[in-house]
Design a protein around this ligand. Sequence first.
Ligand SMILES: Cc1cc2nc3c(=O)[nH]c(=O)nc-3n(C[C@H](O)[C@H](O)[C@H](O)COP(=O)(O)OP(=O)(O)OC[C@H]3O[C@@H](n4cnc5c(N)ncnc54)[C@H](O)[C@@H]3O)c2cc1C
Length: 460
Amino acid sequence: MKPIYDILQRELGAAKVLRDEARLETYARDESGLGPYPPEAAVLADSVEEIQLVLRLADEHDVVVVPRGLGTGMTGGALPIHGGIVLSTERMQKIKEISREDLVAVVEPGVITGVLQDAVEAEGLFYPPDPASLAMCSLGGNVAENAGGPRAFKYGVTREYLIGMECVLMGGTRLRPGRRTSKGVTGYDVVGLFCGSEGTFGVTSEITFKLLPKPQGVALLLAVFADPVRAGEAVSAIIRQGYRPRALEFMDRVSIEHVRPKATYPIPEGAGAVVICELDGDADVLDGAVERCAQACDALGAVEVIIAADEAQRRKLWETRRITSPSLRHAHRYKVSEDICVPRSAIAEMLRRVDTIGAQTDLLMATFGHAGDGNLHVNVLTDEDHHDARVAARIQDALGMLFKDTLALRGTLSGEHGIGIAKKKYMPWEQAPELIDLQKKLKRTLDPKNLLNPGKIFPE
Ligand SMILES: Cc1cc2nc3c(=O)[nH]c(=O)nc-3n(C[C@H](O)[C@H](O)[C@H](O)COP(=O)(O)OP(=O)(O)OC[C@H]3O[C@@H](n4cnc5c(N)ncnc54)[C@H](O)[C@@H]3O)c2cc1C
């Protein structure tokens, strides 16, 4: 074992430097299902000084470090594929400040996203980014992945709220890029550069977010269509009403059939697609707005349109959408969840192509997601043994076809989950060699020895 681990245990205490196999098991996996990739040690940092110490020693001893939040990443970004140290910020859970006057929150990176949302809402404020994993993912992970969620359609993704941060570079240098003011254009947008860098540029130790006033009211409608094409038209018709829903979600027939047994809302038989539209804003205009969106769905032949009568029903109807991913996972032996994004005008064509891919590869495909911004979660499902070479090849074929079709429709490989190790081999399909080269140069500037989270995003 390298001497760095003894030094770290001496400096930080054995409770913060895990080395035994059983405890390292957690840090060998994330929600991508890839791996396991056990690290040599996991360090549970409590402060920026401890992060600095780890990154300084790792640089001196040429040891790889992989930052980690709460391990809900879907693309393997937190997996130590080259061993070394997993540096976890899971214990850094302080909300340092919520300012109603300045509309900012300052947090440590390990704060759970939903915890910040509840805390700011208790102050009459609003932090919109709402990844479906918000009860179990960290804000440090959200910044690293530039996480989004259903509300991104109206409010944008994590980047829109990230205004300042503290981070530590490999070697231990501490930086504080960004600001605390609502505007500011001093120097390059270094915060923007770090956001979405998947833990390859630095380790985030503090985050400053911009907040909004909490919307006065929220209204939701759920519409069921027999024909998915009509559901797609309903999405466009709702947008044409002139409203900007805060969420505009879609579920296909396969997703619906998986959700049906557990859904608190009795989905009518023969449902081919579900559209959920959530609006927020001034209470006095909301009723009329949601009513007009419901009429647009009716006009397109919806089988059923329900407007939530109260907060309890709103939560119940949302539940139908929230349980989609777990329902698919529990029903099948293996699930790969992709998060392609296509221009909204290409959604119907993309759904048609997904059906074709399923038929050609003999795999079950379920698609749901954020119809408002074209971000579709395409799930490849099988009950066969995915370790079997022939099954694995069919899954790879399906993914290859999916990404080719996505790019052909002028879409992008990832709307919110990032690239990690799961999609790095497809990067040259989307980005030109010059662009990949520029990004690799940036990485080398910040981490010349390639010790911070190596082997991610780009093919090695
Ligand atoms: C059921 C489910 C639903 C999901 N829904 C969504 C969704 O709607 N939208 C969405 O965007 N994502 C979603 N995700 C994916 C995932 O939750 C997000 O990517 C989230 O941002 C990861 O946060 P984490 O704390 O778990 O990070 P981890 O998985 O621990 O790490 C993710 C990446 O962030 C880096 N990282 C973590 N902490 C730091 C830090 N302090 N400094 C530097 N780098 C760091 C890691 O190196 C890694 O590259 C979902 C996941 C699951 C399991």
